[in-house]
Structures are given as C-alpha cells and as structure tokens.
Design a protein. Structure first.
Length: 73
C-alpha cells in the first residue's frame, strides 16, 4: 500500500494534512518535495505577462492605408 499526501512543517516536524492510512509502528519511506503554491503554467503566464507589460510590442507592423485594407474595383 502507498499513499501520497501533503503535510506542513511545524517546528522541524512534519504534520500531515490528513490521517495516515497505516497502522502504528509501520515503517515508511519518505520523499519530501516542497509544494508549489501556484500552478506552474499560471506562474509562467504571469511571468510572461509581466515581461509584456515591461516591454510592450508596438510598432512592428506597417500601418495600412484604407486602400490596402479594402479591395476596390
């Protein structure tokens, strides 16, 4: 049996957010990873938005005239 869950570090001790599904005195193997507080794709989007705000993309395209935009016979 295995379980994956989150926990909080308090005073150097791990406090699981839910009850463990193992009986007392069961030896377990731990892999500890910090939980990202923000979705990684959302964090990437926020970084991109910040860069765009700092360095806006303007003036890269030529201005079109009315004749360029509309076909006339």
């Amino acid at each position: 049996m295995s379980a994956e869950m989150t926990a909080t570090v308090e005073n150097g001790m791990l406090r699981p957010d839910a009850a463990l599904p193992f009986p007392d005195q069961t030896r377990v193997k731990l892999t500890i990873e910090p939980v990202e507080s923000e979705n990684q794709s959302l964090a990437a989007w926020n970084r991109l938005q910040k860069l765009i705000d700092q360095h806006p993309i303007v003036g890269l395209a030529a201005k079109f005239s009315r004749d360029d935009l509309y076909e006339r016979d």
